[in-house]
Ligand binder design. Structure first.
Ligand SMILES: *Cc1c(COP(=O)(O)O)cnc(C)c1O
Length: 405
């Protein structure tokens, strides 16, 4: 007798839907699955048999998406979480204990700093912020109790490049491990596990999903401790939504194309900005003028199709001569490039760190990092390159005219 579709607990490949194989992955929103008998229930719950019991423990869409991410990072395992912040929560809740110390970059994503400095303080872990771009400062700040060093591959918004291999060696020499937030770089540009990182997290809500309609996070690593991470994931309830995983898995089909185009666009935009009268300074890792340009080739994957130029990613930061007023005029003049304080979308967006991501810092602290009142961070999209350059240049021209009037 033919099995009804609703009797089938289909796996990630949906191989058994009405006896036909689907090319696309199905969506499996089921919160609970049926077990054949008590013996199977026990085997499933112990992980001795592959399959699903309860969505919070794991579900086919998370596994289908994680599998692709595992391949992209050349990792041994991958776990998908509800957002980037829960990926950091998963990494730290699985590994940290009261009495330990963590060394973190002084340029981490604001919420990550809050999680590590404020939340973990209550739980007995002390975090020290250091300039992790300077290995000597890191060496001085490492303590016998330091268990993890936590950094971002590409910092926000200055787009500084972290010396991942150097930091990994330094941390390992002191018995500490290295966790890298690779959100800005993505595995298209960098695979930190290949460079010595022990654990890599990403916000999938940004470039990896790319369509501004999903919240997800990712944790990837090497070795055989997947079970420990899956256990923390379920106990703390950091599980992802099947629908978001399905969307993100679908979007991955064009991920490499989106990144390639956005990165090419970003280079052209950066070059055009360097020539524009309204602009004081441009930061783009692919430009020779960037302070860490020399490090780019040591971080970046080799992409044969892209010729001699190492891709520099899709983010460009620049300072407007007109300060905050100049930023207001640019936003008014650039209706087609919306002011959105996030990144990694198919459309080009701009953000103003001083009033959004870095508003909690004092002006002095912002200056210390290099963030000025006229600093603009562009997330370059996948549009026609001529359109992006012409639209942005046009808006800058108009913002200058507004200044003169
Ligand atoms: C956005 C972001 C996060 C947090 O991710 P969510 O998906 O928003 O929770 C962490 N790190 C970096 C670098 C980010 O840009």
């Amino acid at each position: 007798m033919e099995r009804r579709v609703d009797q089938i607990c289909a796996g990630p490949d949906s191989r058994s839907v009405v006896n036909s194989r689907t090319l696309a992955t199905g969506i499996h929103p089921a919160s609970v699955y049926c077990c054949d008998d008590p013996d199977q229930a026990e085997r499933l719950l112990a992980g001795d048999e592959s399959g699903y019991v309860y969505q919070r423990d794991g579900h086919p869409n998370a596994d289908a998406f994680a599998q692709k991410c595992r391949e992209l990072h050349a990792a041994d395992w991958a776990v998908v979480t509800s957002c980037g912040m829960s990926a950091l929560a998963l990494a730290t809740l699985t590994n940290l204990q009261a009495g330990q110390h963590v060394l973190i970059s002084d340029q981490l994503y604001g919420r990550s700093t809050q999680l590590l400095v404020e939340q973990w303080k209550r739980l007995g872990v002390e975090a020290t912020e250091v300039n992790t771009l300077d290995l000597r400062s890191v060496a001085t700040a490492l303590r016998p109790t330091t268990s993890w060093v936590i950094v971002e591959t590409i910092t926000n918004p200055m787009l500084r490049l972290t010396d991942v291999p150097g930091l990994a060696e330094l941390a390992h020499g002191h018995g500490a491990k290295l966790l890298v937030d690779n959100t800005f770089a993505t595995p298209w540009l960098t695979r930190p596990l290949d460079l010595g990182a022990d654990l890599v997290m990403e916000s999938i809500s940004k470039m990896m999903n790319g369509h501004s309609d999903v919240m997800l996070g990712l944790l990837v690593g090497r070795g055989d401790d997947l079970a420990a991470y899956r256990n923390t994931l379920s106990v703390w309830g950091l599980t992802s939504s099947p629908f978001d995983c399905w969307l993100a898995r679908r979007g991955l089909a064009t991920f490499h194309l989106r990144m390639e185009r956005a990165s090419q666009n970003a280079r052209q935009v950066a070059e055009a900005l360097e020539r524009h009268a309204a602009v004081d300074r441009v930061l783009y890792p692919g430009l020779r003028s960037h302070p860490d340009h020399g490090r780019l080739s040591t971080l970046a994957n080799v992409w044969p199709g892209l010729g001699e130029q190492t891709p520099g990613g899709s983010m460009v930061t620049f300072d407007l001569r007109g300060g905050r007023e100049g930023v207001k005029r640019l936003i008014e003049a650039s209706s087609e490039i919306p002011f959105c304080p996030s990144l990694g979308e198919v459309s080009t967006t701009l953000s103003h760190p001083a009033s959004t991501s870095h508003r909690r810092l004092s002006e002095a602290a912002r200056h210390q990092l290099g963030i000025q009142s006229g600093t603009v961070r562009l997330s370059v999209g996948t549009e026609d390159p001529h359109w992006v350059v012409a639209t942005l240049s046009g808006a800058l021209d108009r913002s200058l005219e507004a200044d003169i009037v």
